[in-house]
Design a protein around this ligand. Structure first.
Ligand code: ADP
Length: 256
């Protein structure tokens, strides 16, 4: 073909501007798709316990009066499902707020906060051994409640994905100019290809195990947002069948 379409003589600035606008549009589109899939995931997750609710109410209506066993089972199921919904809605609200809430800027004692979180969740009947190496005088600047929430999410997961007989080790220490919190477990571990994705909203490696133990698939995405608010970063190393180590690095607060 001999003929060529003439290249328009657009000034370079205009071309660059068009490129910038197109990039922005792509980002907006991607964000829009993420929001859409978030809403559809959230609706689905809320509908599941509601469907179970309705099923059990029907059972109680039909058999509950004659059969106390059915009644008892249904009440237990309703109790469990309503807890799940309560948890899910609380987490959805936390996620909705994370970008907007006013962050407190307090001097926070990391080891105290992490220890609080452990006390809140630890039960001896879990039959998991626990080791805590929490160095004193580890301070960061930020919101204590948000840091506690991060520790609760990581510690709760360590319990959730570790079988009886296993072990959990929590450490707080200083490396260079950062405070590091690690939560290590000897649990089921996470396949390499999933390790990035588990920080996405609603991503779960084993949906059944997560659900059966009260998980929602939102914990780590909340932890990631909260850690970002605290100007830190979160990462994981893990081997299926051997366990996982979650690490949070936060800038140290050194002024006394
Ligand atoms: P969930 O409520 O399902 O635990 P999270 O967002 O906290 O949601 O975690 C996402 C997924 O990451 C979990 O469903 C699980 O598959 C995996 N995961 C998180 N923590 C651990 C852990 N300590 N050991 C093994 N798998 C984990």
């Amino acid at each position: 073909v001999k003929e060529r379409i003439p290249v328009p003589a657009i000034p370079k600035e205009l071309k660059d501007l068009a490129q910038t606008i197109n990039d922005l549009l792509d980002q907006l589109q991607a964000q829009f798709e993420r929001e859409k899939s978030f809403v559809s995931n959230a609706s689905h997750e809320l509908r599941t316990p509601l469907t179970a609710f309705r099923g059990h109410v029907q059972m109680m209506k039909r058999w509950g009066k004659q059969n106390p066993e059915v009644l008892e089972q249904s009440i237990q199921a309703l109790d469990q499902e309503s807890r799940r919904m309560q948890r899910l809605t609380t987490q959805l609200l936390t996620l909705a707020r994370t970008g907007n809430i006013q962050m407190k800027k307090d001097k926070v004692n990391v080891s105290h906060t992490v220890q609080d979180a452990i006390r809140q969740l630890w039960r001896r009947d879990l039959k998991i051994s626990l080791k805590e190496i929490l160095n004193p005088h580890m301070y960061v600047l930020g919101d204590e409640e948000q840091l506690r929430q991060v520790a609760v999410i990581l510690f709760e997961n360590a319990i959730r994905y570790t079988n009886a007989g296993g072990s959990i080790e929590v450490r707080v220490f200083k490396v260079n100019n950062e405070i590091c919190i690690t939560v290590a477990d000897s649990g089921i571990g996470i396949p390499f290809e999933d390790q990035d994705k588990i920080f996405d909203r609603f991503y779960r490696v084993d949906k059944a195990r997560s659900r059966d133990t009260g998980g929602t698939g939102l914990g780590l995405s909340i932890a990631k947002e909260l850690v970002k608010n605290l100007h830190g970063r979160i990462s994981v190393t893990s081997k299926p069948g051997e366990g996982s180590i979650f690490s949070v690095y936060l800038p140290v607060y050194s002024k006394q």
